[in-house]
Design a protein around this ligand. Structure first.
Ligand code: GLU
Ligand code: ZN
Length: 468
């Protein structure tokens, strides 16, 4: 069975690069009916924080990238790493290195002066123990000195390294704590990971990890290294480019479907298809279709997708997400139309849910002032009589509906020999405070009779007090 994992270090929020890597690993597992593991690599205690762990869990949950196992925490597996380190030493695959920092610094300086790649010289490889009883030491992996390590990367093809290029890496520090390459290997082996999908900043670690896996007699997983994401200026994506944290996209009013769809296409394609539902992604995704080269983030395309999903998505789901934004804005939505009706009315014209919420405030609270231009143009004395007549006819309605409002609007406009728009737009400004809203009948229906009448009254006072 196929088993993939996402193994973030909790040293910050979940950024879009990490999210895309997670998505690819998740899709690969889901496509093959396999399992997806979440593993928190929190052994760097200085840089790992509980807030970052939470941010990662939140980001994954918001995106709907569910895991079948975990989250595992590496800090809870320290005994196991110790066990494996001891085993490697016992079997001669690892050894204690007592070299002082001074010696290593000197070695490095010498190698640099000779234009050689700095690397450990293997000085402690064959010490007879216990020659240095009591002295501090690190533990190094005894890397093979000959031959090559090659792997067939699912994205990048065959990559091979000369063992001579790889020195004996440290697998445990002086204080006994294991290093990244050791913990990853132990976990990937113990957890039965068959496919390691991760950022390509780890390509150079892979041959080292393969050598350790071989020493442990473990199966070697397949690897797929996902290229990084660049900003639209071709530089590595960072905060300078705007939002990079997954949760910031939520806060800015994006739907998770839009971000997922955006991320899956960033470096992967299926013909010229742009829109992929979650089910389609799962059905069609294949690592071999992923691009080797870095992809540039394009916010306007993400916006386009967001707009698409706002228009086409499940109304109740969008309504639930919209409620979150109203809450963030401190808007009480208990007095106002049902959000599902609001979403249906507003979805055609919002690029983000934040925009939709901002454009819908008048449904829940009285607006302070009219939008100046709209009021100037539409709420003027010439319209007073007909608007009053419209108001009086609406008051009479016993059944409030968009259709009834519409019929009264037509009748009143006819009576005063006005084009429909000449009366509809003043009505809109009167009840919305601004010149843009969903169709006026729907808007009036959602607002309800009491508010429409009271706002018409307010507008009529405004007009009567208006000095030309
Ligand atoms: N924890 C590593 C990181 O965040 C990833 C390790 C891996 O995927 O092998 O970069
Ligand atoms: Zn040494």
């Amino acid at each position: 069975m196929i088993k993939t994992r996402f193994a973030p270090s909790p040293t910050g929020y979940l950024h879009v690069g990490g999210a895309r890597t997670a998505l690819y690993a998740w899709l690969y597992a889901r496509h093959h009916g396999g399992q997806f593991v979440l593993r928190i690599e929190d052994t760097d205690r200085e840089r790992s924080t509980p807030e970052s762990v939470q941010a990662i869990l939140d980001g994954m949950a918001w995106l709907g990238l569910d895991h079948d196992e975990g989250p595992y925490y590496q800090t809870e597996r320290m005994d196991r790493y110790k066990e494996v380190i001891d085993q490697l030493i016992d079997e001669g695959h690892a050894y204690r290195c007592y070299c002082s920092k001074e010696h290593l610094d000197e070695l490095r300086a010498e190698q640099m002066a000779n234009k050689q790649k700095p690397r450990y010289d293997g000085r402690c490889r064959n010490l007879s123990e216990p020659s240095q009883e009591g002295a501090p030491y690190v533990i190094r992996f005894r890397n093979p000195t000959e031959g090559i390590v090659a792997f067939d990367d699912d994205i990048r093809g065959v990559i091979s390294f000369d063992n001579q290029e790889l020195d004996d890496l440290i697998i445990a520090r002086t204080d006994g704590t294991p290093t990244y390459n050791l913990t990853v290997v132990v976990d990937d082996a113990d957890m039965g990971i068959t496919h390691v999908v991760r950022g390509d900043d780890h390509v150079n670690n892979t041959p080292r990890q393969i050598n350790i896996l071989k020493a442990l007699g473990a199966d070697i997983p397949k690897y797929a290294h996902v290229p990084m994401i660049l900003g639209d200026d071709g530089k590595r994506l960072s905060k300078r480019h705007g939002a990079v944290s997954v949760m910031q996209y939520r806060d800015e009013g994006y739907l998770p479907e839009a971000l997922l769809n955006y991320l899956v296409r960033l470096g992967w394609s299926h013909g010229d298809q742009e829109i992929f539902s979650r089910e389609e992604m799962i059905a069609l995704f294949d690592l071999h279709g992923a691009s080797k080269s870095a992809a540039a983030f394009n916010t306007s395309k993400l916006q386009w997708l967001n707009q698409h999903y706002i228009k086409e998505g499940d109304v109740d789901d969008i309504a639930k997400r919209l409620a979150f934004h109203f809450e963030q804005m401190g808007v009480d939505i208990s007095n106002g139309p049902a959000l599902s009706g609001l979403v249906t009315a507003q979805r055609e014209r919002a690029k983000t849910l934040v925009e939709m919420a901002e454009n819908s405030l008048f449904f829940f609270q009285e607006f302070d002032e009219y939008e100046e231009k709209a009021a100037k143009k539409n709420l003027k004395p010439a319209i007073q009589e007909s608007l009053q007549a419209l108001r009086d006819s609406l008051v009479e309605l016993t059944e409030w509906s968009g259709e009834a409002v519409h019929n009264n609007l037509i009748a009143t406009a006819e009576k005063y020999e006005l084009k429909l728009g000449k009366l509809a737009q003043p009505l809109r400004v009167a009840i919305c405070g601004c010149g843009v809203s969903p169709p006026i009948d729907i808007t009036a229906e959602l607002l309800g009779k009491d508010i429409v009448i009271s706002r018409l009254d307010r507008a009529l006072v405004y007009i009567s007090e208006r000095v030309e």
